[in-house]
Design a protein around this ligand. Structure first.
Ligand SMILES: [Zn+2]
Length: 84
């Protein structure tokens, strides 16, 4: 079976707010709104990595194993306040 493929560079487009979907549509389809508490997201923002993990602990385990680093920075998440 042919694997799906994507070009290495995707065309960018401006992000716009969804002003057409109704709450009823959101509830009747697979798409739905989530929250940081319900869907924790921690992304390893090291160059060319961008892997996603469900907790900071898991991300740091990956970072130590795959990057040989214990750097706490370069993490994209909506679960923690930005450092002061
Ligand atoms: Zn990584």
């Amino acid at each position: 079976m042919q694997q799906p493929s994507l070009p290495s560079v995707l065309p960018s487009s401006p992000a716009v707010q969804d002003a057409t979907a109704t709450p009823e549509q959101l509830e009747s389809t697979l798409a739905r709104v989530t929250t940081p508490a319900e869907t924790p997201i921690f992304i390893c923002a090291f160059e060319r990595c961008n892997r996603l993990f469900p907790s900071r602990d898991r991300l740091m385990f990956h970072r130590k194993r795959d990057h040989d680093s214990e750097d706490q920075g370069d993490v994209i998440t909506w679960n923690e306040d930005a450092p002061a």
